[in-house]
Design a protein around this ligand. Structure first.
Ligand SMILES: Cc1cc2nc3c(=O)[nH]c(=O)nc-3n(C[C@H](O)[C@H](O)[C@H](O)COP(=O)(O)OP(=O)(O)OC[C@H]3O[C@@H](n4cnc5c(N)ncnc54)[C@H](O)[C@@H]3O)c2cc1C
Length: 382
């Protein structure tokens, strides 16, 4: 029954993606445009709330339904898929699992409806792989928190209505550690600067977010003081599945594209698909796609069985992101010179996939994380 629901969502999203995301995609990519009208239209079809609970305006479906939708969206427009993964999966998930009932009641229905867009403000200029070294502060003053700092590379930063923000919390001169806050972007002192010139994922907005003496009511803290880093890292377990789903979507698109081209293109009087070396590339990409799907499904199953899934999610993210980059590279290769021009989508798969091994934890960070889980020894600072 559950699989039937997931299949239905997959099919529906696939059709929606083709009709909504495909038209205008090349122009949006060229001009680095986030298509808010399409985000809103996807929201009106219920995509944002698929796996958020019914009591908060969602559809209450299992995570696999939302992740299947992310895969299908990524097949056409991974930039939009990443935006939605951050908005609904990361922001919605962190609020649902950690925020007060009041915050949940106020914000989750808006997230599910897509009437607001969420951003996940963790990374800073000097604090990427090591978020514990962040410099943003929230200082207690007169019954509220005053936030000062700058966040870097924030997906949807310039188009979002709120952030899940992480900051060092300081009360009476004492640093209580990193805490999480829900910060509406219409508060005085919040500003953004769009980052232009990205290699790929150009249909998603990436921005610098500045918080200049922003006054936040104490009720906007998510979880308790000092618990922010564990909330952030737990959130990234879920986020990794989102990026894994995006990776699988791009991988499948690259695979389909290379097979189609190989069957059409002729050299030496034959379709290039008939050459053994071309078939080797196609086979390698197919084997990695199937393997990645199994790793991804294993991690999602653990999550849905309410078991700890940190290691499985990290393994799935590591493998599927690296495989998607390789698949896109092989897709370009099979297209020959045409793969190197924007006449075919191969070059876009190549550009879009490249960040998959960087954001929400680099490949190296994932190897260290998995290594620590397997050995019990921390190699992050050695
Ligand atoms: C398009 C895009 C969207 C993003 N969206 C968001 C977002 O929405 N929210 C957010 O908070 N962040 C976001 N990020 C930031 C992203 O998560 C970081 O870029 C990433 O975590 C890496 O941090 P860094 O760029 O500072 O690289 P660094 O941490 O400086 O790493 C540089 C290199 O050093 C390696 N390295 C670092 N530490 C070690 C170690 N101990 N051992 C071995 N190698 C190491 C890394 O693997 C990497 O190869 C986004 C980034 C991009 C590019």
């Amino acid at each position: 029954m559950e699989n039937q629901v997931v299949d239905k969502i997959r099919n529906l999203t696939s059709k929606l993606s083709e009709t909504l995301l495909k038209p205008g995609l090349i122009e949006a990519d060229e001009n680095e445009l986030f298509r808010k009208d399409i985000f809103t239209e996807l929201a009106s079809k219920g995509i944002m709330g698929l796996s958020l609970p019914r009591e908060f305006g969602g559809s209450g479906l299992p995570p696999s339904a939302f992740l299947a939708a992310i895969q299908e969206l990524s097949y056409f427009d991974p930039g939009m898929a990443v935006t939605i993964s951050v908005h609904s999966g990361l922001c919605g998930g962190v609020i649902f699992r950690n925020a007060s009932e009041e915050l949940k009641k106020e914000w989750l229905p808006k997230i599910a409806k897509g009437s607001v867009i969420g951003a996940y403000s963790l990374t800073e200029n000097h604090a990427g792989s090591d978020p514990s070294s962040m410099k943003t502060t929230a200082t207690w003053d007169n019954g509220g928190w005053i936030v000062d700092g700058e966040k870097m590379w924030i997906t949807s930063g310039s188009v979002a209505d709120f952030s899940i923000l992480y900051a060092n919390t300081i009360k009476n001169g004492e640093n209580l550690g990193i805490s999480a806050f829900l910060v509406p972007h219409d508060l005085k002192g919040v500003s953004s600067e769009k980052i232009n010139g990205k290699l790929g994922m150009r249909t998603s907005d990436s921005s610098i977010l500045v918080f200049d003496k922003v006054v936040i009511h104490e009720s906007m803290m998510i979880g308790s003081p000092g618990k922010g880093l564990s909330i952030a890292l737990e959130g990234l377990d879920y986020g990794r599945l989102g990026i894994s789903a995006v990776s699988l979507g791009i991988h499948k698109a690259a695979f389909d594209s290379m097979v189609k081209y190989a069957k059409e293109r002729e050299q030496f009087g034959k379709a290039i698909a008939s050459f053994q070396l071309i078939q080797e590339m196609i086979t390698d990409v197919a084997v990695n796609l199937e393997s990645g799907l199994l790793l991804f499904e294993k991690a999602v199953k653990k999550l849905e069985d309410s078991k700890k899934f940190t290691k499985e999610a990290a393994i799935a993210k590591l493998f599927t992101s690296e495989s998607a980059v390789t698949a896109s590279d092989r897709c370009v290769q099979v297209h020959g010179g045409y793969g190197y021009s924007n006449e075919f989508p191969a070059e876009r798969f190549y550009r879009d996939s490249r960040v998959l091994t960087i954001f929400e934890g680099t490949t190296e960070v994932h190897k260290l994380l998995i290594g620590r889980l397997l050995t019990g020894m921390d190699a992050f600072r050695n």
